[in-house]
Every structure is written in structure tokens, then in C-alpha cells.
Design a protein around this ligand. Sequence first.
Ligand code: CP
Length: 304
Amino acid sequence: MKNKSLISIHDYSKNDYLRIMDLAEEFEKNPRSYGNLLSGKVIATLFFEPSTRTRLSFESAIQRLGGSVIGFTDSSSSSVSKGETLKDTIKTVSQYSDLIVMRHPIEGSARWASEVSDVPIVNAGDGANQHPTQCLLDLYTIRQTQGKLEDLTITMVGDLKYGRTVHSLIQAMSYFSPSFHFVSPEELKMPNEYKMFLKEKNIPFKESNELGEVLKTSDIAYVTRVQKERFSDPMEYEKVKNAFVLKNEMLEGTKSNLKILHPLPRVNEISEDVDENEKAYYFRQALNGVYARMAIISSILGLK
Ligand code: CP
């Protein structure tokens, strides 16, 4: 992991996942005991796309570890607005920092950045492709809620076509003998490449329109937003945006260990009355982003 960019969840092995989770657990138990770990280090956060959780949990993680943050939250305030290329931007920022965290709308942009950067790149989301740090915090949260990662039934709901978090999670969970249910509008079904991936690994999955039914046998419900920004035609978005909404009454008769996860932001796909249900775990999941990102940064910089 040391000095290695994290672009895709495939860049890490199963052992790497376990190491990050164990380290995140250590940080969670003693969040205020590592205030000098990143002393003297500068981390750049370059967000070419909006973010609340990813950027702020990274910045919180860096500051809790005693590091400094530089960067931008809107590329229009940088020289990108004058026509500077991504290559020149990354090459320049890598002179100023020890690690770059980057979110960009174009698939493959983070990999490209890692090829021109003088410091490691952490992909904080590249279009509909990958969001590996979200995936690591999701794995951590699943293990925290279930006490294990093996042999779980996971229901994925919502935008399974463009949702980069579900794509990364399928790939990471493939090491732990999962079963999947996929619930989505026809237009946003899980792409064939991921279904082929599961078939090749003999991992069972079912596609369903009966959210209430499949929840009854699930250990984890992973709900995602229909992403308006991925639609070129607003009418197509309007048609599917409310196709599946998780309501509190749907949780009656579900397993006692069921937990509801969501990478957030939520729009309308989980009713607010679910927030009070003990099975709702998405805000706690967002907190886990800080611990997982503390673990990722300190591992890449070889400090832990
Ligand atoms: N989960 C996630 O990526 O949220 P943000 O878009 O707010 O960073």
C-alpha cells in the first residue's frame, strides 16, 4: 500500500481490505491519540465535482492526524477555468503536496492522474466508474454491523447502472461468499459486466421488483440515489426517480440484524421516518468514512 495510488478497489487485495479495516477500528477506538501522525505532511483535495461526505471526511481525517490540507472544491476557482489540462494541474499540485485526493466526473481520470503525478493519487470518485474509499468504509460498516463479512445477503436498491459505489462493493464483497438481490428500475439495472463477474465467481444474485419481499431475507440493504447528473434527458430522470422508495413499514418482519446503508446523499429513496428505526445505519456509516480515510491515508504514506 505504501506510496501506491488507490484508484480502483482492485488495487487492493483481500488482505489489504482487512488491514485497512483493522486500522480504522484502531482509529475509531482512539480517535484523538494520533494527532501527530501526519505532522508536516500536506494533502491536496481536488474536487472537480460536488461532494459533502467524501471531501469533508477526508479533511477531517487529515486534520485529526495532524496534517494540513490544500485544494479546491470547485475547479472554476482554479486555472482549469483558463484551459489548463488535468495533466498540468496534477503535475503542479504534486509539487506542493505529499498525496492528492481527487474527484472528477470523467471515468478513468484518476488513473490518468496517477500516471502523471509525482505523489500517490486517491480516487474520490471518477464518474460512474469507481469510488474505492467509499467501498472500504462500506466494508468496514458491514463488518461492524454484522460482526463478519462472510455469507451475507445484500440487497442493492436504486441506481445500479451508474452507481459507482455498488460496482466497487460487489467486487470487494466477492471475497466473502455473498448473495445479492438487485432492485432497480429497468433503465438502471446492474450492467452485464458486473453480472458476468458474479457468474464467473459462482456468486448467486437475483433481480427483483419486490423490495418488501427481498428485504425479509437480507442482512444488509444498500440503497442508492438515482443520480440526476448522469441523465442527459431530464424526462428520463423524472420517470425513474421515485421507482423504489424504502418506507418504515417495509422493515416489519425483516431480520433483526438487518441494517440499512446508503452512501448518501439521499434525495427521496429512503423515507425520513426510517431514520428513527434502529435498522437505519447510514449516518453512522458516514462517520465511519473518517476512520476508514484515516487508515487509508496513513497506510499510503507509510506512517502506520
Ligand atoms: N458518499 C459520497 O460520496 O458522498 P458525497 O458525494 O457527499 O461525497
